[in-house]
Design a protein around this ligand. Structure first.
Ligand code: ZN
Length: 74
């Protein structure tokens, strides 16, 4: 008799699907910024700054267009 094995390991495809699902919930359709948390898209439709018209500090969201490592120009 086997106990149900916990399926902890996701396949790459599963991870990608999960990431897409998360990205859809974390990305504001108004400004295109991706956040660390899920946005209230069902109720609010966009992120707080878009709703309330204020600007964010850079560390609040993931700037998808920014390079991973900011290097000094030599
Ligand atoms: Zn927004």
């Amino acid at each position: 008799m086997n106990l149900a094995r916990p399926k902890r390991t996701l396949t790459l495809a599963q991870e990608e699907a999960l990431d897409r699902a998360m990205a859809a919930r974390q990305t504001c359709p108004e400004c295109g910024r991706r956040y660390y948390f899920c946005l209230p898209l069902r109720t609010q439709g966009c992120c707080d700054p878009c709703t309330q018209r204020y600007e964010l500090s850079l560390d609040t969201y993931l700037p998808s267009t920014a390079p991973a490592n900011h290097r000094l120009a030599a």
